[in-house]
Write a protein that binds this ligand. Structure first.
Ligand code: PRX
Length: 635
C-alpha cells in the first residue's frame, strides 16, 4: 500500500493531511494491511486526555512476536535478523537468521514458563548488549510476561528500586559484561540489589565472561543448560491490544523513576511504521542503531520496529572508543551498514578524535544517518553530514521520548529537506502544539513555546506503573486536553520544529535523562552534607554536564574538600550509576532561595554556565548575600 513507504515531500504532506483529518481510518488501514492479527479490533480509537485514557485497536488480539518473527519465516527464514558484533573485534560476529531467532525465542519462552512465569508477570532484564537481551525481551512478549529492561549501567540500588516498583518475579542477567577493555561484575550487582528485593524468586544467568560467580542455590540458574533442554516451539500467548507489553523507567524531575507502561498493538503499529519510513528501510538493507536496548531507542529501533519489518538489525556490544575511535566506522564497513542511528554525544566524541579514523574505512554503503536523544548542535550536525554521510546521506534528527514509544518529529529522508539542528516536521499522525505560559496555543510560524501533542498516537505510554495519578499530573495537567512533553521548541518560518531542550528539572547528560531530585537525595545522604542543588552546564561532548552546589554541615567544613568531592561522587555512583556523577562540585555557604524556601535554580544555572551578566532581581531572595559569594567562588 502506498501509504506505507513515503517517497517525496508532496506525498508526506498528502499522507500527513489524511492522517490528521481521519486518524482512525488512516491507522486502521496501516494496521489492517501490514500486521498479523488473531482477531481484528472492534474500535480503532477511544480517548480522553482528562482521565487520561487512550485505547487503540480495542478488541483486537495478537502476539507481537508473531509479527516480529513467525510471519517472516516462510519468506525470509534464512535472512539475518540480528547481526551481533561483539565488544572484541577479534571475536567473530554472529548472524542470527529469522529461523534461528524463532528457535531461540521459543526455547527461552519455554524456560520462562518452566520457571513459573505467566502472562502478566513482570520480568526484569539486566543484561549487556548480547543476543540474549533481544531474545529474552521477545521471549517475554511471546508468553505475555511484561518485560522491564534496566540499563546495565545502573547501580544495584537503582536496579533494586526498579525491581521492587514493578514487583518482578524474575531477573535475567549474565555473569558479567565487557565494556571496552574492562569487565563488569553484573551478577555481583544483581546479588547486591536482591538483598532488598523480596519479590524475586528466580535469577537466570547467561554466561558471557566466564568468571566464577556466586550462585544462590534454589534461586539462581545458569541459562544455557535450561535452554538446551527446552522444547523448540512455543505457541504464542494471545494478547489483547491494550495488554501491557513492557515497562521502561525514565527519570522524572522529582521522586522515584517513572515506569512507563507501553501497550501491545499501538506500540507495534507505530514503532514498525516509523521505522520503515524514518529510515527508508528496504529489504536488502543492514540497519544499525548504536543505542542500548536498556533505553527506549533500543526497544523500538533495535528490536521491535526493525524485526516487525523483517529487517537486519545490528546489535553492538562495545563502545565507540574500543579498541580505537575507528570502531564504529570499521563496523559500518564490515557489515555494509545502510542506515546508521546514533546520539549527538557520540558524534561529538568521535568528531573530537579527528577524521583520520573515518578515512581508513569505506562508508559508501550509508544511505541514511540518524540522531536522537538530545539537541544536536550545528557543528556536530555538519561534521556528521560532511564526514560520515559525505553530504549524500540525509540526516534524520529524530525527536521523541520514552513516553512516546516512537519517533514524533523527524525529516523523512529523501523527502523532507533537512536543516541543521531542526527535527523538522511532525511524523504522520502527530499533531504538535506550542503553548504559551498562560496555557494558550501559539499559532502561526516563527514562534516558540512549550511543546505539547494535541491528539493521541498509537504508541503513547498508557500510564505509569502503579501510579496513574502521577501520569496524569506529569503529562496531562499542565495544559488542558494536551500531552505535555517537558520540552521547549520553536517553529520556524516554514513550520519546521527545533527542540530547544527541557523546561523542567530533567537534565540530559550524554543523551541520558537525569532528574535533579534523585541525585540531590543521594548527595544529601552524605553525613557532612546539609543540602545541595544540581544544575546542568554546557559541555563540549556530553551536551550538558552536572554542576553540584553543596552546603556542608558545620562539622564537615574542616574536611579535605577533594576527598569530600570523591565521596559525594561515590555515593551517586552507588545509588544511581556512574552516568550521574558530577563534573564540578562547589561548596557553598548557602543556596539562593525564594521567600517560600524554593531553591532558585535559574540563578545557579547561570552561574554554572558562566553567564552572570543578567541574573535578574536577586533582592527579593531570602538570602541575597549568598549569590555574590557563590559567584566569587564559582568553578
Ligand atoms: O528533551 C528531549 C530529548 O530527550 C528527551 C527524551 O529522553 P528519553 O525519554 O530518554 O528518550 C530519548 C530517546 C528517544 C526529550 O524530552 N530529545 C530526544 N530526542 C531529541 C531530543 N532533544 C532534541 N532533539 C532530539 N532529536
Amino acid at each position: 500500500m502506498s501509504n506505507y513507504h513515503i517517497k517525496h515531500l508532496e506525498e508526506y504532506y498528502q499522507v500527513y493531511r489524511k492522517s490528521v483529518r481521519n486518524p482512525e481510518i488512516f491507522w486502521e488501514e496501516i494496521a489492517e494491511e501490514h500486521f498479523m492479527w488473531r482477531k481484528k479490533w472492534d474500535n480503532v480509537l477511544s480517548w480522553d486526555f482528562t482521565k487520561p485514557e487512550v485505547k487503540w485497536f480495542e478488541g483486537a488480539q495478537l502476539n507481537i512476536t508473531e509479527n516480529c518473527i513467525d510471519r517472516h519465516l516462510h519468506i525470509r527464514g534464512d535472512k539475518t535478523a540480528i547481526i551481533f558484533e561483539p565488544n572484541n573485534p577479534e571475536e567473530e560476529a554472529q548472524h542470527i537468521s529469522y529461523r534461528d531467532l524463532h528457535d531461540k525465542v521459543c526455547r527461552f519462552a519455554n524456560v520462562l514458563k518452566e520457571q513459573g512465569i505467566q502472562k502478566g508477570d513482570r520480568v526484569c532484564i539486566y543484561l549487556p548488549m548480547i543476543p540474549e537481551l533481544a531474545i529474552s525481551v521477545l521471549a517475554c512478549a511471546r508468553i505475555g510476561a511484561i518485560h522491564s529492561v534496566v540499563f546495565a549501567g545502573f547501580s544495584s540500588s537503582a536496579l533494586a528500586t526498579r525491581i521492587n516498583d514493578a514487583t518482578c518475579k524474575m531477573v535475567i542477567t549474565s555473569d558479567g559484561s565487557y565494556r571496552g577493555a574492562k569487565t563488569i561484575d553484573l551478577k555481583g550487582i544483581v546479588d547486591e540489589a536482591l538483598k532488598e528485593c523480596e519479590c524475586v524468586e528466580t535469577v537466570l544467568v547467561a554466561k558471557r565472561i566466564n568468571t566464577d560467580i556466586h550462585m544462590e542455590t534454589g534461586r539462581d540458574h545458569w541459562l544455557q543448560p535450561l535452554l538446551d533442554e527446552a522444547y523448540h516451539d512455543c505457541v504464542p500467548e494471545v494478547m489483547d491490544a491494550e495488554d501491557p507489553l513492557f515497562i521502561l523507567y525514565t527519570s522524572g524531575s522529582t521522586g522515584k523513576p517513572k515506569g512507563m507502561v507501553h501497550s501491545t498493538a499501538g506500540y507495534m503499529v507505530y514503532s514498525a511504521y516509523t521505522f520503515k519510513n524514518v529510515f527508508q528501510y528496504r529489504e536488502q538493507d543492514v540497519y544499525w542503531c548504536t543505542a542500548d536496548i536498556g533505553w527506549i531507542t533500543g526497544h523500538s529501533y533495535i528490536v521491535y520496529g526493525p524485526l516487525c519489518n523483517g529487517a537486519t538489525t545490528v546489535m553492538f556490544e562495545g563502545v565507540p572508543s574500543y579498541p580505537d575511535f575507528g570502531r564504529f566506522w570499521e563496523i559500518v564497513e564490515k557489515h555494509k551498514v545502510n542506515q546508521f542511528y546514533t546520539a549527538p554525544t557520540a558524534i561529538r566524541a568521535l568528531a573530537k578524535e579527528g577524521v583520520e579514523h573515518l578515512e581508513k574505512h569505506d562508508l559508501s554503503s550509508l544511505k541514511v544517518l540518524g540522531t536522537v536523544g538530545e539537541p544536536i548542535n550545528e557543528e556536530a550536525w555538519h561534521w556528521y553530514d560532511d564526514n560520515v554521510g559525505k553530504r549524500k546521506a540525509p540526516i534524520v534528527d529524530t525527536w521523541w521520548q520514552t513516553e512516546t514509544g516512537g519517533i514524533m518529529i523527524t525529516p523523512i529522508p529523501y523527502a523532507t529537506p533537512t536543516k541543521p539542528t531542526y527535527a523538522t516536521l511532525p511524523f504522520i499522525g502527530i499533531q504538535p502544539a506550542l503553548m504559551d505560559e498562560n496555557g494558550n496555543e501559539i499559532k502561526g510560524n516563527q514562534v516558540d513555546g512549550r511543546l505539547c501533542i494535541k491528539f493521541p498516537w498509537p504508541s503513547m505510554a498508557r500510564t505509569i506503573w502503579g501510579n496513574h495519578q502521577r501520569y496524569k499530573d506529569t503529562y496531562f495537567s499542565a495544559y488542558e486536553n494536551k500531552y505535555f512533553t517537558g520540552d521547549g521548541a520553536l517553529r520556524d518560518e516554514v513550520g519546521y520544529y527545533r527542540i530547544t531542550g527541557r523546561v523542567d528539572d530533567v537534565i540530559i547528560v550524554s543523551g541520558h535523562n537525569l532528574g535533579t531530585a534523585p541525585i540531590e537525595d543521594a548527595i544529601n545522604e552524605h553525613p557532612a552534607v546539609a543540602e545541595s542543588a544540581i544544575v546542568g552546564f554546557p559541555h563540549d561532548i556530553k551536551g550538558n554536564a552536572l554542576y553540584g552546589y553543596v552546603t556542608l554541615k558545620e562539622t564537615g567544613e574542616s574536611r579535605n574538600q577533594n576527598n569530600l568531592r570523591k565521596e559525594i561522587n561515590q555515593i551517586i555512583t552507588e545509588q544511581i550509576g556512574p552516568i550521574a556523577k558530577l563534573d564540578k562540585i562547589q561548596f557553598t555557604n548557602g543556596l539562593p532561595k525564594t521567600r517560600s524556601g524554593k531553591i532558585m535554580r535559574r540563578i545557579l544555572r547561570k552561574i554554572a554556565g558562566k553567564d552572570t551578566s543578567n541574573l535578574g532581581d536577586t533582592s527579593t531572595l531570602l538570602n541575597p548575600e549568598v549569590v555574590q559569594d557563590i559567584m566569587d567562588n564559582a568553578l
